[in-house]
Design a protein around this ligand. Structure first.
Ligand SMILES: C[S@@+](CC[C@H](N)C(=O)[O-])C[C@H]1O[C@@H](n2cnc3c(N)ncnc32)[C@H](O)[C@@H]1O
Length: 201
């Protein structure tokens, strides 16, 4: 099995394990600030917010310290993360669910997907996320180059797929340039992040 197959296999839902990045450190602070900066550019107050792949809610909490959010919802497939998150941030609503199976009639004004889009990048799930947004809703997706490049998924491919579903592409910003463009695995200092902004209408 080549490294690309290995990477794809690692990302099958059934293989998802508890990941240890549940606290804000220098590495994810860069990424988090990129999204916070972008959200602040478009929205002043958030009425209903959903973080998909929230882990223990560390990003949702960080966002709450930067912008006024009336209702925060966190969804993750991993029950350990969800149970820890419930204890850490009981003020949030928690859903332990695979986003692919999540059923709701609720509409969210803002949805964020940080460092988890590569687990469920497929049209059915993107359509589901589209349906979950309010008519004037925003979706913010952020990822590191080491996450999607090994799967041959580029920014343009993501944007094209999102537009096919009906999203309007608004903007893209990157945190910093890599030192060595040949290296695309997890080395904090040699990694850039991208944040894509989409609107429903
Ligand atoms: C790398 S962590 C990112 C955590 C957090 N968003 C952050 O940026 O710090 C990816 C998270 O996505 C979750 N995840 C992966 N596939 C998922 C799915 N299909 N549905 C819901 N959550 C999923 C994992 O359990 C994990 O907590």
């Amino acid at each position: 099995m080549n490294s690309k197959d290995n990477y794809a296999k690692k990302n099958e839902d059934v293989r998802i394990q508890y990941l240890s990045c549940s606290d804000i450190n220098t590495k994810n602070r860069l990424n988090y600030n990129l999204i916070v900066f972008n959200i602040n550019n478009y929205i002043e107050n958030i009425t209903s917010y959903l973080d998909i792949g929230s882990q223990e809610g560390q990003f949702a909490e960080y966002l709450n310290t930067h912008i006024n959010i009336k209702e925060t919802n966190c969804l993750d497939i991993n029950d350990v993360s969800i149970n820890n998150g419930r204890k850490r941030y009981p003020q949030f609503n928690w859903f332990c669910c695979n986003i692919k199976d999540f059923i709701t009639n609720k509409k969210y004004q803002v949805i964020t997907i940080n460092n988890s889009f590569f687990y469920f990048f497929n049209k059915n799930t993107i359509q589901k996320i589209f349906n979950m947004l309010e008519e004037i809703g925003y979706l913010f997706i952020s990822y590191g180059d080491s996450n999607l490049k090994p799967l041959n998924i580029t920014d343009n491919k993501i944007i094209k797929t999102m537009e096919e579903i009906g999203f309007n592409y608004v903007n893209s910003i990157k945190s910093f340039e890599k030192v060595d463009t040949k290296v695309n695995y997890h080395i904090t200092a040699n990694r850039w992040y991208t944040c894509l902004v989409f609107k429903k209408n």
